[in-house]
Design a protein around this ligand. Sequence first.
Ligand code: SF4
Length: 490
Amino acid sequence: MNVLMIYPEFPDTFWGFKHALKFIDKKAGNPPLGLITIAAMLPENWQKRLVDLNIEPLTEDAISWADMVMVSAMVVQRDSTHEVIARCKAAGKTVIAGGPIFTGEYEDFPLVDHFILNEGEITLPLFLKDWEQGTPQRIYQTSEFADMSTTPAPMWELLNLKEYATMCLQFSRGCPFDCEFCNITAMLGHRPRTKSAQQLITELDNLYALGWRDAIFLVDDNFIGNKKIIKQELLPALIEWRKEKNGIPFNTEASINLADDPELMDLMTKAGFNTVFIGIETPNDNSLIECNKKQNRNRDLVESVNTIQRAGMMVQGGFIVGFDSDTETIFEQQANFISKAGITTAMIGLLQAPSGTRLYKRLLGEGRLLGEMTGDNSDGSTNIIPHLDIDFLKSGYSKLVKQLYQPKEYYRRCLMLLKTIKTPEIRRGIDLSYIRAFFRSIYLLGFKGVERLEYWKLFFWTLLNKPKLFPTAITLAIYGYHFRTLANRI
Ligand code: SF4
């Protein structure tokens, strides 16, 4: 059996970092972790091949090689997913599909032969058994959650590692909180389930043995969802692992209550975490009540962000405008907050309702849904009818994003962050692609860019005051170029 695994193309998005990747000669930010994990669950004697459309085109040769095609995608890859499926079906191939977009909207993909929905650890074996007996069903679904101690290590060998900026690993799924708009908990539940620390160390060893030395993103829904296991098992194991293999920085996603636990932050920075994405959403308390973001309430959010920065981790923030409780001053409130907190990477989007969420059901009941969302959190689109006038919301949104990423304001936040943040303990090796990125940044941003003045100010301030953070400063300058390019297009 020849199985062709296909990962559809992403549009140009905030997290795609397309405009930054060209500085380091990489083609994609993250690999298709779901597909390479599914590959490890397929029978050993099946031949597997992966085509990530973000890295290479899908050729007729690859399609004709396949007996079976497996596609996985997120909502934001919808357009490319439809194209891929149509091409493979036109070539007479059996198409199997799984992943978030299909779990949420499988009815919209009539060409797919078999759906492996929800968690693959549970549904894939059912399909394989039926397939072997010649009686495969069209849809495999489950409302149960997988035991992650049975999840195999991903088949990294299917990837062309050097084309990616970051590798992904997953330690846990699920989040104990209950934000109204969250499709993660709708799909993966509230009880955080984890792998064992040894499973993750084995995965890291595999990656290291393949030569990977760059950043690793732990794509957990909320890394600190089960603090006990993280503090007592995983982080001590990572700290031990790093003694021999310092140099790989980690980043992840967590909730703001990370700021309340100095021991946890200390362990994370010692384990090599230098960046954490946090859903801050809004400084408007009424909107936090509305979306049930309890963990963000009754605290000084700016201080919480600064506490994490002082501990040694950059905070990337997710923000939303367009809650029912937002008033016309929301754009000013958001700009002031982001500015004051020194958040350089601020992903801002209009409120959207992902299918399966409590928000989706509520708005459906209120007759305020406008179809499915694009899945791009920061393209200025929405699939809901907001309380604020939609034109007002869209123009306010566009101005907010442009204002935050214009050079003077963006570089001011970069400087603020570099002044606040504790220098991380990671010692990274010198890589040729980073040297090239450095010279490209000098040419494109320092000489040709509209941010010339701000670039050199950041350059020399960091060199003179915090030289160990110099690579971080250049990285932030390159990120800024990406964010500004996108902002100008909205
Ligand atoms: S904290 Fe994040 S992952 Fe958890 S429910 Fe809220 S939005 Fe979802």
